[in-house]
Design a protein around this ligand. Structure first.
Ligand code: D5M
Ligand code: FE
Ligand code: ZN
Length: 484
């Protein structure tokens, strides 16, 4: 008998075996009885032998051997099935927002920013013991620390003035010397810590501190593969179908190149980080660039393409600004009417979504805020989008700047704070590719499957399509499906 996968071995002798057969009207040869005694599960073998035996049959060694072999094969199959079931259960969605309705009243914004400040203040807790801004007056001339939201940054001739706000008031912090470089890159609306001397009604900053992540993070090693893609834009005229098909061929271990097929064999998860379809009415005159003008049919086409992927890969689909969900972040998962089109091995999650894939924590975020970051910080560019993602991680927020190009829904809770440090942050949106590693966190931007659009031509945005990031072992590498 098999109980919870473990065999209960019963001691049984040949005479007892023979008796068991006799009471059922069968004879058994002594050697066959001996074989049963030495089998893993004598009771099960006796059951099976009797099931297939005809009356007046003397059971010999051959009969017993074939039953034992059959039982072994089916038990192996059962074990394999159990492993497959366990495998599919290893994906856990730790955090996402499925429902959020906000009216956008003044009090909603207050609650939203208080939540942001609370959550990020907790991250600072072990490094700064801040004084509430309202109480600073008692510390004239002394060293003080505050944690607040950047409400404004003004450049002066030889310094910056950073206006900082907490729940109790606001204060000007003067950034000069080396601090000017940090002040120059502040986006606005991020939460920072400042330590300095209180002079008059301002703090002369000694240190400007971003919440950041600890320096001692390590690379997580995994014995399976995670593939990162984004911005498939199914339904667009620019969808690069031939290249996509090559990618799917590879995933299905049919590329013809043993070396890269071996990598594909290990792939257990595929994450698609938004802009699944091109959508309808996303920008003026978009219809001119659409191969499929109906949103439902676009998702049907997406589903067909995902269906071609081998079924033991778990596919995770998160939405982006071209998808059929609200624009404001956090975005909920795709509605059931579209999710139901997708193959069974697909899970739709929100944007952002914090996932656990066999112990690997992946924070998926489409990446709309990267447009603002790249515009605001001159040393950054679309050519290295992971550097922009690093800035998000340092600020412990997926979309620090409020009122930029990525709309945020002012929920009571700020769901875009990076509270728990993931092993990987995966974004897309900017249609360029980049992989980085910052203090224990892999940063992946997974490009696109859409060629350059008319709009992108006008603004000189050069996509790097058909590049795929693959996490395996302790590193994330790039595969390029652009050629040929
Ligand atoms: O965005 C793909 C990239 O192109 C992303 O970096 C934004 C940029 N883009 C696309 N449309 C616009 C408009 N209308 N204004 C500014 N920047 C834009 P995707 O989300 O795939 O459209
Ligand atoms: Fe896109
Ligand atoms: Zn996008």
């Amino acid at each position: 008998m098999s109980k919870g996968g473990q065999r209960v071995v019963k001691n049984i002798d040949a005479v007892t075996v023979a008796k068991k057969f006799l009471v059922r009207g069968y004879n058994i040869s002594p050697k066959a009885a001996q074989l049963i005694c030495s089998s893993e599960d004598p009771e099960a073998v006796i059951e099976e032998v009797c099931k297939v035996a005809k009356s007046n049959f003397i059971i010999g060694e051959e009969d017993v051997l074939s039953i034992i072999n059959n039982l072994r094969t089916s038990s192996r199959k059962e074990e394999k099935k159990q492993t497959a079931e366990e495998t599919t259960q290893k994906l856990r969605v730790l955090k996402e927002v499925r429902n959020s309705i906000v009216e956008g009243k003044v009090e909603d914004f207050v609650a939203y920013f208080n939540s942001r400040l609370d959550k990020i203040s907790k991250i600072f807790r072990s490094r700064i013991q801040p004084t509430h801004i309202r109480n600073l007056g008692r510390f004239k001339g002394e060293t003080v620390s505050v944690v607040g939201i950047v409400s404004n940054v003004i450049e002066r001739k030889d310094h910056f003035v950073i206006e900082l706000e907490d729940q109790t008031g606001s204060i000007n912090c003067i950034a000069n010397g080396n601090n000017m470089e940090i002040a120059r890159e502040l986006l606005g609306d991020e939460v920072i810590g400042v330590t300095g001397t209180l002079r008059g009604s301002s703090i002369i900053a000694d240190r400007i501190i971003l919440p950041d992540v600890p320096i001692n993070g390590e690379r997580k090693e995994i014995d399976f593969g995670i593939v990162f893609i984004s911005d498939t834009h199914f339904g667009s005229k620019g969808f690069l179908e031939k290249n996509w098909n090559k990618f799917v061929e590879w995933l299905n271990c049919e590329s013809g190149d043993d070396k890269i097929d071996e990598i594909a064999e290990k792939v257990k998860y595929l994450i698609l980080a938004g802009d699944v379809v091109d959508g309808v009415g996303v920008y003026p005159e978009q219809e001119k660039e659409l191969a499929i003008i109906d949103i439902y049919q676009q998702y049907e086409f997406a589903a067909e393409n995902l269906d071609a992927i081998r079924k033991d890969i778990e596919i995770i689909v998160s939405p982006g600004n071209h998808d059929a969900v609200r624009q404001a972040e956090p975005q909920p998962p795709l509605p059931k009417e579209f999710e139901s089109l997708f193959p069974k091995n697909t899970t739709c999650v929100g944007n952002p979504a914090y996932l656990d894939l066999d112990g690997v924590k992946v924070l998926v975020y489409h990446g709309r805020s990267l447009d603002d970051i790249v515009t605001k910080i001159p040393r950054l560019s679309y050519d290295a989008p992971h550097k922009g993602m690093e800035e998000l991680l340092k600020r412990r927020h997926l979309c620090p700047l409020y009122g930029g190009r990525s709309p945020i829904a002012p929920d009571k809770e700020d769901h875009l704070v990076i509270e728990d440090i993931p092993d990987v942050i995966h974004s897309g949106h900017v249609h360029t590719f980049g992989i980085g590693f910052y203090r224990g966190v892999f940063l992946v931007n997974s490009s696109t499957w859409q060629s350059q659009t008319e709009f992108q031509k006008k603004v000189n945005l050069n996509p790097m399509p058909c590049k795929v990031a693959v996490y395996i072992g302790n590193t994330i590498g790039k595969l390029d499906f652009k050629g040929g």
